[in-house]
Design a protein around this ligand. Structure first.
Ligand SMILES: Cc1ncc(COP(=O)(O)O)c(C=O)c1O
Length: 356
């Protein structure tokens, strides 16, 4: 489809719609007139199939408690199979109100209060919060940055794990913000270290549907034919894919029976939440009818990325734009223009921000 036509038909004004990204600028950054690039949601309306399903729900007019029907599983499993080659069973899936909440749940369910948890910065800031706000010890292994391309130093990773007796690794795959789509070899190397040191892996795969140009996302569950399923807690959702974050609906996928029992026990202990009927209706419809829409959105992202890169190269050549492998965020290094200073706002990472 013509990108301009797609934008005209699907992009809308979000200011004044109680949007966290657009309507919090004054409160958070002290300037309502900024262009907000700090939240991973879009200015694009969700697929028509989603809007139709939600309208149907609204027209029914009753918003009582919901339950998961077979149709949801069918649609979700078909999407996973077609797009990621993953076979899922109902018994391996639980529902949650968001991936970030599930990061906290995983830390609390599987680690003791004095445990160490490792993350690989630069990484989505709630990863820090899920460790620090639950009182666990934060261990970091910075990714190596070579001209804007980020990799993990496996020796350093193993040393941090061993030295700090780490019990859990929170992986971002694809990695927000550095846009890496990890290769099978890289994932295998990470997980092999984790297995040898008794470390559980929480794999945040919320951006799984965004990989570009020859890079193919591989779920942690499929690495080396499923070799690491027994140490894995996998988190995903259609929320980034179809711009449904506000409908707060996500998946927790656990293959190991013992790990699932522990998870269920933990959830029982905090009072199990019901599912959000709008989130369920919207996401099922997205899995069923959102494919063409997503193709257009990815073309648009790629177009914008190439345009941005080209303009930076022409106007601000010292800007380093990280190659776009995955996610729909751009990681751009402006330090070439900062004379050794930090960009304003960096220290905000520890501020109490809304979770996004
Ligand atoms: C890596 C990553 N995980 C999780 C989330 C948020 O997930 P949720 O809205 O389901 O809590 C985001 C949002 O930007 C993200 O980038």
């Amino acid at each position: 489809m013509d990108i301009e036509k797609f934008c005209k038909e699907n992009c809308v004004e979000r200011r004044g719609t109680a949007s966290l990204k657009w309507d919090s600028l004054q409160e958070i950054f002290g300037d309502a007139d900024l262009l907000p690039l700090w939240v991973a949601d879009m200015e694009i309306q969700s697929p028509p199939s989603v809007r139709d399903a939600l309208v149907k729900r609204v027209e029914h007019g009753v918003f009582g408690y919901g339950r998961m029907e077979d149709g949801y599983f069918d649609a979700f499993f078909a999407w996973q199979k077609k797009h990621h080659g993953m076979d899922l069973e109902k018994e391996n899936v639980r529902f949650a109100t968001g991936v970030v909440g599930s990061l906290y749940a995983a830390v609390k369910a599987y680690t003791s209060e004095d445990a160490s948890v490792i993350i690989c910065p630069p990484v989505y800031y709630p990863f820090y919060d899920a460790v620090l706000n639950t009182g666990r010890k934060l261990v970091t292994c910075e990714l190596d940055n070579k001209d804007g391309y980020y990799t993990l130093d496996f020796e350093k990773f193993e040393k941090e794990i061993a030295d700090n007796h780490v019990k859990m690794f929170i992986l971002c795959s694809p990695h927000n913000p550095v846009s890496r789509v990890w290769s099978e070899e890289e994932l295998d190397a990470m997980f092999d270290i984790c297995r040898r040191h008794g470390v559980l892996v929480v794999s945040d795969e919320i951006h799984q549907d965004f990989s570009y140009e020859g890079k193919k996302f591989l779920s942690s569950a499929l690495v080396k034919g499923g070799k690491y399923k027994d140490i894995l807690i996998l988190l995903n959702s259609g929320s980034k894919t179809f711009n449904l974050a506000g409908l707060i609906h996500s998946h927790v996928i656990i293959f190991d029976k013992g790990l699932m029992e522990t998870y269920d026990q933990y959830i029982k202990g905090i009072g199990s939440p019901e599912v959000n009927i709008m989130g369920v209706a919207g996401m099922e419809a997205a899995f069923r009818g959102g494919e063409e829409w997503l193709d257009n959105v990815k073309s648009l992202i790629l177009h914008n990325y190439n345009y941005m890169k080209q303009e930076f190269a022409r106007e601000l050549p010292k800007v380093i734009v990280t190659p776009l492998e995955g996610t729909y965020l751009s990681w751009t290094d402006l330090r070439g223009y900062l004379d050794g200073g930090e960009p304003p706002g960096l220290s905000r990472r520890n501020a109490v921000w809304p979770v996004t």
